[in-house]
Design a protein around this ligand. Structure first.
Ligand code: ADP
Ligand code: MG
Length: 236
């Protein structure tokens, strides 16, 4: 289980606006984060990944603290909207880099790369380069790369935002399956409330650097409190 307790952060350039997060994600759960642009969703993911240093609070995974670990040692994989694949390397190599930057793979790691490519339906195109793929296929590669890392926490920051609704839904379903199969804890940031409905039994509304509401997704999307949630959803 991922537990975020009283996690505090403020950007040095805006010291007056301290963010403060409390949240838990169960094993096998994809928790969606929705909320207005600038509310702190990406900042929260960066704090978990260790790209930004929290000034207080704790992050625990299965009761082990990780907030003091360097980025590389955190059990975290993150997928962004921009896939961050190397354009000059083929898919197999891009995925292999997820486990071993030196690319000197042990046989078991080669198997893991093959397995992830097969699981995501990418095996037939493994020698293609990212430029020879569709946007949806590229995000599948980014997922495969996250998967081979076998880290407990999966963070998706508007990972599928550039894709159309049908493809987004397909990839979200895939994420749900993978997270359940691998006992991961996932946080999915999307600016589409409909994505939260597909992805998550529970969702959180992030507003002004806080978890302003957290509930069953259908309930949250129908809720009239806080008022910022109504403003964000554009109804009521
Ligand atoms: P979201 O992902 O929800 O759109 P962010 O986490 O990116 O929001 O940003 C939260 C707030 O922090 C916003 O007010 C944004 O302007 C501010 N912010 C983001 N990055 C920086 C930065 N590097 N320096 C100062 N302020 C930042
Ligand atoms: Mg963001």
């Amino acid at each position: 289980m991922l537990k975020i307790e009283a996690l505090e952060f403020s950007y040095p350039s805006v010291p007056a606006s301290t963010m403060h997060f409390d949240l838990t994600v169960d094993v096998g759960e994809v928790l969606s984060l929705i909320g207005p642009s600038g509310s702190g969703k990406s900042t929260l993911l960066s704090l978990i990944a260790g790209f930004l240093p929290a000034s207080g609070g704790r992050i625990l995974v299965d009761d082990e603290p990780l907030h003091n670990l360097p980025v590389a040692e955190r059990p975290v994989s993150i997928v962004f909207q921009q896939h961050n694949l190397f354009p000059h390397l083929d898919l197999y190599t891009n995925v292999a880099l997820g486990i071993e930057p030196s690319l000197r793979l042990a046989p078991i790691q080669v198997e893991a790369v093959r397995g992830a490519l097969a699981r995501l339906g990418l095996e037939p195109m493994q020698r293609r380069k990212p430029g020879e793929l569709s946007g949806g296929q590229r995000q599948r590669v980014a997922l495969a790369r996250a998967l081979v890392r076998q880290r407990k926490i999966l963070l998706l920051d508007e990972a599928f935002a550039a894709l159309g609704p049908a493809l987004r839904a397909e990839l979200i379903e895939l994420v749900k399956t993978l997270v359940a199969e691998h006992d991961m804890c996932a946080l999915l940031v999307s600016h589409q409330p409909s994505d939260a409905s597909i992805a998550s039994a529970r969702s959180a509304f992030i507003c002004e650097g806080r978890v302003a509401a957290i509930a069953a997704t259908a309930q949250l999307l129908a809720q009239s409190e806080p008022p910022q949630l109504r403003d964000y959803l554009g109804s009521g």
